[in-house]
Design a protein around this ligand. Sequence first.
Ligand code: DPP
Ligand code: ZN
Length: 878
Amino acid sequence: PAAIHLADYQAPAWQVLETRLTFELEPSATRVTTVLTLECNPDAAIGSDATPPLVLNGEHLTLERVSVDGRVLASDEFTISETHLTLDGLPARCELETVVVIDPAANTALEGLYVSSGMFCTQCEAEGFRRITYYPDRPDVMSVFTTTVIGDKAHYPILLSNGNPVERGELEGGRHFVTWQDPHLKPCYLFALVAGDLVKHADSFTTMSGRDVALEIWVEPENLDKTQHAMTSLKASMKWDEEVYGREYDLDIFMIVAVNDFNMGAMENKGLNIFNSSCVLANHDTATDAAFQRVEGVVAHEYFHNWSGNRVTCRDWFQLSLKEGFTVYRDQSFSADMNSAPVKRIEDVAMLRTAQFAEDAGPTAHPVRPASYIEISNFYTLTIYEKGSEVVRMVANLLGKEAFRRGSDLYFAQNDGRAATIEDFISAMSEASGRDFTQFMRWYAQAGTPEVAASGVFDATAKTYTLTLRQTTAPTPGQNEKLPLVIPVRMGLVSADGHDLPLVLEGASLGSESVLELTEAEQSFVFTGIEHAPVPSLLRGFSAPVKLGFDYSREQLAFLMQHDSDGFNRWECGQRLALAALEDLMAAFQRGDKQAHLDERLLAAYRFLLTGEPTDRAVLAEMLTLPSEAYIAEQQAVVDVDAIHWARKTAKAQLATVLREEFVALYHANEQQGEYAPTFEQMARRSLKNAALSYLMGIEDKEGMRLAQAQLAAAHNMTDVRAALTLLVHSSRTELGNPALKAFAERWSHDPLVMDQWFAIQVTRPQADVLDRVRFLMEHPAFSLTNPNKVRALIGTFAGQNRVNFHRIDGEGYRLLADVVIELNRLNPDIAARIITPLTRFKRFDAARQALMKTELERIRNEKLSRNVYEVVEKALA
Ligand code: DPP
Ligand code: ZN
């Protein structure tokens, strides 16, 4: 397969003025009749009357008929291949009709039109529409769509598509139809169709200009009691986007449909969002607090796309972060406003620094705007989404609230109804603020995580503190030379009594906090009027997506953890202190010393957290969580999974032993009172309580055991049930864990989303027998390789989160994953290419593991590979 390059972009030769689709639904043979009103773009015409060829994409389609302006074409009047339909010599304006037959029931790739739990649904982004009909399947071709859906009335009483319903009626043979009209220009990746036996949760929203919008969440009947949170989140999102960005909804109806088999989290199709059921369904019996927050975030994300993505779309797929980075930034800001803002920031940064940094340091590293790809589905990545969001966040912070809002207003005004580029976004920001973004644009072009080395010198005589910042970015595949970026470093200087000192830089008073802009490879900043040596607090709020190094003593870290005025940095300094203590234990493990003691300074810091002034509960729960194994691994030159696992487990046990009474007290202080509600105050209490329980269970404390069993039996809500069940199943006490698992499965076998949790709990068991359990569970009736959620819950969770067992030195974990990838490569290439990720990171491990992982990658390479898996494996082995 060949790569596609951004540099080769050419505007489309033909536009589609109007698209009329008719679907005659049958699971194994759906007929799609497409009428396109086409117009040749004036610049593309060859000479005065000759038109360029019309090249339409189309895959897995059986063509029945093509006609132009009412005349059926003979088979020598067009060219057809496995991927294209080409017509020559068309009039500059014409009407093209095609009739194709497709097989949705056999579509296990879940792209295009497919059947899930007996209903029809679609996923067209990025290039699924070409599996539905012949079409110029590229985002810069925008058209109005009219869609008629015809289906059996008994099986498919509900027929949905984009826009507004304009006509419906009965047909012979027990069939009926509905016609939908979408007046907004859209590219075909935003097309959607749903047909099934569904029920709706209906509500309404009055927009800022006073229009009533019907809101409908469509689900299978048994899920109707899991839709309230999504509806509440949707209304909050609509309101927030009006208030914060001035964006109003633009159709009379907004629909969400929950689907069980879905590759992504959700999809922002115009007026008809289709959601993975895991990102929309939640009630307190079946979903954890984390799931509630995911629902809120994803509902907001997809809704926000109505402007950042749909009204203004992307010119080509290289610009994907134009809509995704911006929309993630928007949903992160929304969630911060709805919940605890510092905790939201901590969670987002923790994810970025483990998963995205690892991606940016691995074989598939790519810029936020890639220069080339083989399969675009492989580029729905943490870099495009999360790093893309960090880049927009830097723009927002550099401009300040008001200028950023002027910039976004201008961007929407200038590009409404257009397919835009990242330059269009940045130029609106520049025009609105007067700021020059020339150098800043390197963030979009350069892959890899920049490292900023900071050092400080205090001069008692001159009363100065000189902070020197040096930036470097390591080479990434295909990019050896890296240029200096614009790195905003928000910072303060903290005095010995814990206060921010007034900052004076080159005679200018900056207040107690400043944003230094590092633009060169190395720069020094001299602060004057400093009487005593300060402790610098750097990169507050994680003001840039970089790795910042400063040679803090552990005393300084403990000090900042208590005194930094920036909540994010208090957490960050606690994490740095914990990391240092964990690295001591890892070193002890590596020299065979299993008696090593945890650094007293970390114990003291924990004692301070547990007994000091009560602070924000939600932040406290984060601060009481040791860095994850994945984050610790990210900080090592060579990852030693066993040392990391042992160190973290040992640190937890020692903390629990010394601070047992405090953890018991913390548990009781945060026990549930009253009805469950998905409020962040309640969530914070639950996470604190369950953090305490987790420490107690880390030493299999008797009282902890009793509390866990009681919490499980009380079954007050899934957050508490799952936490208790996980701790019991992960303990050595199988006589407690096994019956609990069995009872749980009996209670919940009818609910696929709960069974996904049941799988995840078991495959994260740290004990060595877990691999047999994974293989055993793959045969369980509730598991299915064709369902992406099951694959993620069982295989993805095992390979991604059970690091000691996935990286077993006998290579069995690797073999298991490779076996699954090989099967999925045929069934669902998109999921196959995602689930393989842990194997591609082999360079981070010791030689023995590297060899084992490479062997499995080579075994995969010997298969007949999909483009998706081919691209990832080739890059990994390059
Ligand atoms: N549906 C995916 C998302 O919203 C891709 N657009 O990010
Ligand atoms: Zn998105």
